[in-house]
Write a protein that binds this ligand. Structure first.
Ligand code: PLP
Length: 355
């Protein structure tokens, strides 16, 4: 297989793809594909139940949190969060750590007042948010896919619910779910195919917004009451999610993948720090384990690098258009050999460029 460094949709574990392929025409000997099987059948209900159970186990999700399977990607949560959580104060507090946070802020501003704390692009300073009051919630983006930064630690928001967009680093390192009121994540990085979004919400935050204009499909309560089956859920995506979670569990769970992810990221960061051609701009304590933007000393060399890397089978290393340069995304399914091969390719490129 090629090494796929895309920021999303991203590489999936090979054993998962092989299993999907093997079972595709006849799920459990039924002579029907999983995509043809009713979501109301025992077959699918079992998948749904097991998927939720696996996620609960892997993330250690307490019983007073609900797990919702929602469509519309993480971007729909930019709207659903304010729609569901703005209650007492009609005010929220957002930490602006980059492009995705900005999009979340733009949506929240449509529904209420938003206080924004802006952070520099390459650094997330330690924030003291525990004195924040008179807001319905605080929103952070735990990992910034485009900028390659992450929160070094999760800020304490006292009694104010903390909402986290965890799209690009869910299940990649251990988080204490109890620190959050809501966690949401688009699936297409560490969970499965695009089109599914996971929402983990503390139960007391559900059903707070009693506005009768809140559309049924945008109300968390609808998903809680119907076990995310008010309408037809994205069955194929949930089935693949289950296989990804089984793969992760077999590997040793989040604790183990965190170790592997740290090892993978260190290989690349160590090289970037030693190199006289490539470099990373991200503040050391906020360096993402998942998305690693880097640069050379000229845009011409960047282009040459991307072109040669693609020809050598290292795909999607072009940086986001707003940042430029390169970006390697090392999600859970990226094997360590992929990172070793990339670093070795970069070393050779550097040697050639210096000749
Ligand atoms: N938030 C973050 C941190 C992301 O990385 C992305 C997508 O890459 C999104 C939100 C948007 O996700 P979606 O495309 O599922 O709406």
């Amino acid at each position: 297989r090629s090494f796929n460094f895309s920021a999303g949709p991203s590489t999936l574990p090979l054993p998962v793809l092989e299993k999907v392929q093997k079972e595709f025409l006849s799920f459990q000997g039924t002579g029907m594909s999983i995509i043809e099987i009713s979501h109301r059948s025992n077959y699918f209900e079992e998948i749904m139940e097991q998927t939720e159970q696996l996620l609960r186990e892997l993330m250690n999700i307490p019983n007073n949190y609900k797990v919702l399977f929602v469509q519309g990607g993480a971007s729909l949560q930019f709207s659903m969060v304010p729609m569901n959580l703005l209650t007492s104060y009609n005010t929220s507090y957002y930490v602006n750590t980059g492009s995705w946070a900005k999009k979340a802020i733009a949506e929240a501003e449509k529904y209420g007042e938003v206080h924004v704390q802006n952070c520099p692009i390459h650094h997330i300073p330690k924030l003291s948010l525990d004195s924040i009051s008179l807001v319905d919630y605080v929103h952070i983006t735990t990992n910034n896919t485009i900028e390659g930064t992450k929160f070094a630690s999760i800020p304490n928001t006292g009694n104010v619910p903390l909402v986290a967009d965890m799209s690009s680093n869910i299940l990649s390192e251990e988080y204490d779910v109890e620190k959050f009121g809501v966690i949401y994540a688009g699936a297409q990085k560490n969970i499965g195919p695009a089109g599914l979004c996971i929402v983990i919400v503390r139960e007391d935050l559900v059903g707070q917004n009693t506005l009768h204009t809140l559309p049924t499909m945008l109300n968390y309560e609808t998903y809680v009451k119907s076990n995310s089956m008010y309408n037809t859920p994205p069955t194929f995506n949930i089935y693949i999610m289950k296989l990804v979670l089984e793969w992760l569990k077999q590997l040793g769970g989040v604790q183990q993948i965190e170790k592997i992810n740290k090892e993978k990221a260190a290989l690349l960061y160590n090289f970037l720090d030693e190199s006289t051609l490539f470099y990373s701009n991200v503040h050391i304590e906020n360096r993402s384990l998942m998305n690693i933007p880097f640069n050379t000393t000229s845009s011409q060399l960047n282009e040459q690098f991307i072109s040669e890397a693609t020809s050598a089978g290292f795909y999607f290393l072009k940086g986001h258009r707003s940042i430029g340069g390169m970006r390697a995304s090392l999600y859970n399914a990226m094997p360590i050999d992929g990172v070793k091969a990339l670093v070795s390719f970069m070393k050779q490129f550097e040697m050639k460029a210096r000749m």
